[in-house]
Design a protein around this ligand. Sequence first.
Ligand SMILES: Nc1ncnc2c1ncn2[C@@H]1O[C@H](COP(=O)(O)OP(=O)(O)OP(=O)(O)O)[C@@H](O)[C@H]1O
Ligand SMILES: [Mg+2]
Length: 270
Amino acid sequence: MLVLRGISKIFHPGTTQEVRALDNINIEISPGEFVVVIGTNGSGKSSLLNIVAGAYGPDSGSITIDDHHVEDTLEHERAGLIGRVFQDPFKGTAAHLTVEENLALASKRGETRGLKIALNDALRREFRERVRELGLDLEERLQYRMGNLSGGQRQALTLLMATWKAPKVLLLDEHAAALDPRSAEVVMDLTRRLVTKHGITTIMVTHSMQHAVRFGDRLLMMHRGKIVKDYSGADKQRLRTAELVGRFDQMRKQELMDESVAELLRTQYV
Ligand SMILES: Nc1ncnc2c1ncn2[C@@H]1O[C@H](COP(=O)(O)OP(=O)(O)OP(=O)(O)O)[C@@H](O)[C@H]1O
Ligand SMILES: [Mg+2]
């Protein structure tokens, strides 16, 4: 269970660059719920994930993961509760280490001692088994350097690593966006399988309306730091791409209109 109450975040407060990235976010996400987040550029999607992960603290509000109040804890202190995958396939893994060395690091996440990589036969067997489940033949490449794999292969392994210890919360920030369509499909299919297998509470940001419709049991639409739509249950299942694109365009038009009015006000009255 992930609960956010009254979460706000303002960047550069009191300056001309002031941005209200998150504006009084209130949300309860049930255990195992798979939530998809969409919204225009700059609407606060990544800020929402960053606040949950602890990359920075909120200006106000509380965050609880199960019974843990985490809003005042540092990112590394809540790392054991959270798995994360970013858009950039190079971000989640160590390029100069081999696949099995990366997996060894993942298997030690959240532990404060003994970060030394100690590979043994039992561990290697477990790696082979779990990598085989990806269905990408990567179990034959455990000794390859991560940096020599394709973006799709790396993202698949990053997902496996992020969910290795079944975290309480999985945060995915456009994690399939930098991949070719076929690799994106593979990674999305894998995402669904891993989330279901471990029953992980998941928040996935995407710009793909098709993915937003096809995946997840709940869909949030963000706009200017607020959650403006929240579809769940049958409403989410009923959603079709065309309808979502329509609503999205409506919002974007409104935003452009607001911007041109603001621009007009600036140029006419300043
Ligand atoms: N570290 C930061 N410092 C200053 N401003 C920031 C910072 N992070 C985000 N912002 C601003 O906060 C707003 C929300 O940004 P955020 O990255 O959350 O948007 P987003 O919905 O993820 O957009 P995109 O779809 O482009 O990834 C934007 O106006 C952005 O410029
Ligand atoms: Mg973003």
